[in-house]
Design a protein around this ligand. Structure first.
Ligand SMILES: NC(=O)CC[C@H](N)C(=O)O
Length: 303
């Protein structure tokens, strides 16, 4: 398939819509991002990248980091993580508290905020430094030794992170946190603030598309673990819009409020779309549009 032609077509189709949606403003630093940006990149499993638009502009990875945190935790056998987080779609917003109390502090899945905080807490226990582990992984998979946290965004997340604190302390009250709540949250806020470009995200996503095989050929996790990560992207990766994403796009996706969406076509490619304007569920408007257009052009879905 001529992926570059497909990527160019996607870019052309989305261009009239660039700027649509609303940038996240509950994290003040994200509100300063120019909404009139858009990038689209496809990395095929052989490592080739095709891209168009603003594909070398860094943006905050936000909740897409949850995929990589889970990969690192699953890469270590017997972490016991599935005793601490379930695997069902929540049908609620990513930072909702309601279900968490009703379900005794066990989050519905690892891709909503409480689930991701538990995963980061586990990674902190396993590695001694969750942020360092994730940054090292992303540096290795993207080939960019400079990839790092945007400290202004991280400070902004921490300053306005009361909802995440409430989630974490509620879980602690049920005995579902292993480290000091503030320590785990510090790693969580910084992992969300890692700055990544669209091209880099597509490359890093190959880790998932290749079922755990790293850029250097090593195996981060077992093939079955990667299959689980992909399944959860389909059912929970875009929160209370996961059903709509499966219907419209038909690819496993993980979104973040920085406007990025990572999608994978297992054993074929990883696709990254970025547009800062979000819909009411916190998913990128142009990112979703781009993925829809990509699937229309290729005819490839997992269904
Ligand atoms: N959906 C998201 O990207 C949420 C991540 C964001 N850092 C938060 O914790 O609220």
């Amino acid at each position: 398939m001529d992926f570059q032609a497909v990527v160019d077509q996607v870019h052309q189709e989305v261009t009239p819509h660039i700027g649509e949606g609303k940038v996240a403003d509950y994290i003040p630093e994200l509100a300063t991002v120019d909404p009139k940006q858009f990038g689209f990149a496809v990395a095929t499993v052989d490592g080739t990248v095709h891209s168009a638009g603003d594909v070398r502009t860094p943006f905050a990875i936000e909740s897409i980091s949850k995929v990589f945190a889970l990969a690192l935790v699953l890469g270590k056998k017997d972490s016991g993580i599935w005793d601490r987080v379930h695997r069902e779609p929540s049908g609620t917003p990513f930072n909702s508290l309601i279900q968490l109390e009703l379900e005794q502090g066990i989050p519905r899945n690892p891709y909503i905020n409480p689930g991701a905080i538990v995963v980061t807490d586990q990674l902190l226990t396993d590695s001694g430094d969750a942020l360092a582990a994730m940054r090292a992984l992303l540096r290795a998979e993207t080939g960019d030794a400079e990839l790092d946290v945007d400290s202004v965004t991280a400070a902004s997340e921490a300053r306005t992170g009361d909802r995440n604190r409430a989630l974490a302390y509620l879980m602690a009250s049920f005995g579902n946190m292993r480290n000091r709540v503030d320590d785990s949250l510090d790693h969580y806020f910084r992992q969300c603030s890692l700055a990544i470009t669209c091209e880099q995200l597509a490359k890093a996503g190959l880790l998932v598309a290749r079922h755990g095989v790293r850029a250097d050929g090593g195996q981060l996790m077992e093939r079955e673990d990667a299959r689980h990560i992909i399944a959860l992207m389909t059912t929970c990766g875009t929160y209370d819009a996961a059903g709509e994403f499966a219907y419209r796009i038909g690819l496993p996706c993980k979104s973040g409020v920085g406007g990025g969406i990572l999608a994978v076509m297992p054993d074929q490619c990883a696709i990254a779309a970025w547009g800062p304007g979000l819909d009411v569920h916190g998913n990128s408007v142009t990112g979703a549009m781009a993925l829809e257009s990509f699937v229309r052009a290729t005819g490839d879905t997992v269904f």
